[in-house]
Design a protein around this ligand. Structure first.
Ligand SMILES: [Mg+2]
Length: 285
């Protein structure tokens, strides 16, 4: 039996957990004076559901267990969100978050395998899906071995990074190899850096593109915990096909003056902005 980071939480518990992650994440960025505010808040609900909703079969006490699910954060610039989530899930002490981006800290600006729970060094965009595809192939081979456990490989990409050609090379291979233990989650907030994806190099019709590459596709509200749980419970969507979840999100979700803004890719909140943001989140409970 594979352990999960937490026992299954109620919908209300998940909502509170997501808010706690957002608040701690904002303080992390503010205190470090660096980070990616918009992208972190965009994906906070997805990571909440993965780590606290019982989706990922991982154990903070045994983060290298051979049959664990693997999670890869391809949008590695959201390391602050990943570290915050891992700390609150028990992979390392929360107090260490205070070292984020400081000299000699292992909590660097992009994920490092020095940190318990981090599966790969990521952040060079377009690399996470190829890595996860290799892991998905390993999962398939493990599952094919008599008596072996079967685990899954999850990867979260940004939407802007889908413009990297390496993603589509991996998409071909994953379908060819029938990697139905591979789950791609796209943080579809429609913003990259300082502009809209569809103004830079449009991705639509995005679902049709993945279906054309042989993937099974689901679209979901990436801030709806129940909907996310429901989608992840259906993996594999179709036997023999890799899974693509297009999670429709809003960059900066949860803070009114950050949400859906092209100005908060890597802007750091001032003292006053942090206080205002925390007050908004506090009002949510
Ligand atoms: Mg984006």
């Amino acid at each position: 039996m594979r352990a999960t980071a937490r026992a299954l939480m109620s919908a209300e518990d998940l909502r509170r957990q997501a808010t706690a992650i957002r608040k701690r994440n904002l303080r992390l960025i503010h205190d470090a004076g660096a980070g990616h505010t918009g992208g972190d808040l965009s994906a906070a609900d997805i990571l909440t559901v993965l780590y606290f909703g019982g989706v990922l079969r991982v154990d903070p006490a045994n983060p290298r267990a051979p049959d664990r699910d693997r999670f890869f954060l391809s949008k590695g610039h959201s390391s602050g969100l990943l570290y915050t989530t891992l700390a609150l899930a028990g992979f390392f002490p929360e107090a260490e978050l205070g070292t984020y981006m400081q000299p000699l800290s292992r909590l660097s600006g992009h994920p490092s395998t020095c940190v318990p729970g981090v599966e790969a060094n990521t952040g060079a965009l377009g690399h996470g899906l190829p890595i996860a595809t290799g892991a998905g192939l390993a999962a398939k081979l493990d599952g094919a071995a008599p008596g072996a456990g079967r685990w899954r490989a999850f990867v979260l990409t940004g939407d802007g990074e889908l413009q990297e050609g390496s993603n589509w090379e991996a998409a071909l291979i994953a379908a060819q190899q029938r990697l139905d233990a591979l789950v791609l989650i796209i943080d579809r907030n429609r913003i990259q850096m300082m502009d809209r994806t569809e103004r830079i190099a449009g991705l639509e019709p995005l679902g049709d593109k993945w279906r054309a590459f042989g993937w099974a596709v689901r679209e979901v509200d990436g801030h709806d915990h129940a909907a996310l749980l429901d989608v992840f419970s259906q993996v594999p969507f179709e036997p023999g096909r890799p899974n693509c979840v297009i999670a429709n999100t809003r960059k900066g979700r949860g803070v009114s003056f950050i949400e859906d803004s092209t100005g908060w890719h890597h802007r750091v909140p001032t003292d006053a902005e942090l206080a205002a943001a925390l007050a908004e989140l506090e009002a949510e409970g």
